[in-house]
Design a binder for this molecule. Structure first.
Ligand SMILES: *[C@@H]1O[C@H](CO)[C@@H](O)[C@H](O)[C@H]1NC(C)=O
Ligand SMILES: *[C@@H]1O[C@H](CO)[C@@H](O)[C@H](O)[C@H]1NC(C)=O
Ligand SMILES: *[C@@H]1O[C@H](CO)[C@@H](O)[C@H](O)[C@H]1NC(C)=O
Ligand SMILES: *[C@@H]1O[C@H](CO)[C@@H](O)[C@H](O)[C@H]1NC(C)=O
Ligand SMILES: *[C@@H]1O[C@H](CO)[C@@H](O)[C@H](O)[C@H]1NC(C)=O
Length: 416
């Protein structure tokens, strides 16, 4: 039966049904009651984000690449920005790659606008430094960053949630279009979902980017940025052997002191909790340094799941945004300096281990060669020689025996 046999009104009705369903999911939510709202001249909305990223990736293509391979459930792009000196890629193919590899993740929770702004502030810092004269401090910082790091930045992991927030003006929406919280808050017991970590990571299309990037590249550090309080969550885990507990705590305290305004250090036993991406990075992928940092907090939340004044709980007023971002920014150089030094130490340790390994022939190898030599000698002695040679062999027998065996050993078994 062809499409033409259907009455045309049926097709039109079906079309309307489809569009209503897809929009209904979005427009069913009522706006939240808010103390203040975002001014999109200061905050970036989704369309402005896209514009910005397109602009920087075309202008600074030699060190900033925007990948658009990953998509959310609703088909929106989860932009992955890679920042590094790309001409080092070819150099490090032949030699070992000495750059520190860091994964930054922003915008996992829809209503947390501030972390995404902090990411744009960082990108602006890097790109502006590139345009400056070589002697200036900004230019040196950018060059240091590009030549020593390979940064992967997930600019907005949950674009569906952001679309819902922008369209419905419900600033209490945290999850994805499927209402899944990608990174639950352990300490405040907020928004805890009943779904297990690995189910979230496996089932949500938003998590594909984590699975693929973390399996393709071995990261030295992973940071997941949030807002709503001022705290640094670090893993307390016996299972991740790659990052020593002392180093992890030390970087946490360095970051806290760089931020000035009293950030709490919160240890989290990741084998006990179900915390989405954070637990996954630490437990499954064993990234040496994993943190979940909440960058800014308004007043304390009273109820477990806030249903009003959410925007002011998670984000500063638009006029204060710039000043707040300046306060947060010292966090980044702190991270870069620490990870860079740590990585250099690791490279030295590795080089030393390699040297001690290849220094001499191990005992087992020389013993094996010795046994092989003995076997050869036995074989030689038992070989049947032609008749004409036999007389010579007999005559020389005594002389051949011990001394030549000794030289044979010396040739076959150069014991060190
Ligand atoms: C996004 O913000 C810009 C201003 O930065 C504004 O001109 C534009 O209309 C906004 N777009 C939407 C879809 O709200
Ligand atoms: C990395 O560091 C090691 C040891 O310092 C050095 O031998 C190697 O050439 C470096 N690799 C690159 C790509 O610079
Ligand atoms: C970027 O940030 C670094 C670290 O805070 C700072 O030293 C540098 O001057 C900044 N660059 C620009 C262009 O603002
Ligand atoms: C990138 O690396 C190449 C090769 O090492 C070097 O010549 C170039 O100056 C570097 N670019 C920047 C911006 O530092
Ligand atoms: C985390 O919790 C598990 C399960 O209770 C426990 O076995 C482990 O010792 C705890 N780890 C730390 C570092 O406290």
């Amino acid at each position: 039966m062809s499409l033409l046999y259907f009455p045309s009104w049926l097709i039109v009705a079906a079309f309307f049904l489809v569009t209503c369903v897809s929009k209904g999911m979005i427009f069913d939510i009522r706006p939240s009651v808010e103390e203040y709202l975002p001014n999109y001249d200061f905050y970036h909305n989704l369309s402005r984000m896209n514009q910005c990223l397109h602009h920087v990736s075309s202008k600074y293509s030699e060190f900033l690449d925007v990948q658009m391979r990953y998509r959310s459930r609703m088909g929106l792009t989860q932009f992955v920005v890679r920042v590094s000196n790309f001409s080092l890629d070819s150099v490090s193919k032949s030699k070992s790659d000495n750059r520190s590899r860091i994964l930054f993740s922003y915008g996992e929770h829809a209503a947390e606008f501030l972390p995404v702004q902090s990411m744009f502030h960082l990108i602006e810092n890097i790109t502006q430094g590139y345009d400056l004269l070589r002697e200036t401090h900004g230019a040196k910082f950018t060059r240091y960053l590009l030549n020593n790091f390979d940064l992967f930045i997930l600019t907005i992991v949950n674009p569906d949630g952001r679309t819902i927030v922008e369209r419905t003006r419900n600033y209490c929406w945290m999850g994805t279009a499927n209402s899944v919280d990608l990174n639950t808050d352990l300490t405040a017991n907020l928004r805890r979902t009943s779904k297990g970590t690995y189910r979230i990571i496996a089932a949500e299309p938003e998590c594909r980017v984590f699975r693929e990037l973390t399996s393709k590249h071995s990261f030295d550090a992973f940071f997941s940025f949030h807002s709503g309080s001022r705290q640094i969550l670090y893993p307390l885990s016996d299972e991740n052997s790659k990052g020593s507990g002392v180093d992890v705590l030390y970087l946490a305290s360095l970051m806290s002191s760089s931020l000035k305004s009293g950030f709490k250090l919160v240890p989290a036993n990741t084998s006990l909790f179900d915390a989405g991406i954070f637990t996954y990075a630490n437990q499954e992928r064993k990234i040496p340094f994993t943190y979940k940092i909440s960058l800014w907090g308004g007043k304390e939340m009273k109820s477990d799941i806030p249903d009003k004044n959410c925007f002011s709980t998670f984000n500063p007023p638009s006029e204060d945004l710039k000043a707040e971002l300046e306060v947060i920014h010292p966090l980044y150089p702190t991270i870069f300096n620490f990870i860079h030094n740590w990585k250099q130490t690791q490279i030295l340790i590795m080089a030393q281990q390699q040297r001690s390994k290849t220094g001499g022939v191990p005992f087992s190898v020389s013993f094996f060669i010795f046994i092989l030599g003995c076997a050869c000698v036995l074989l030689l002695c038992n070989i049947r020689v032609p008749f004409s040679w036999k007389i010579y062999y007999r005559r020389q027998r005594r002389i051949v025996s011990l001394r030549s065996l000794g030289t044979l050993f010396a040739v076959i078994c150069p014991l060190t």
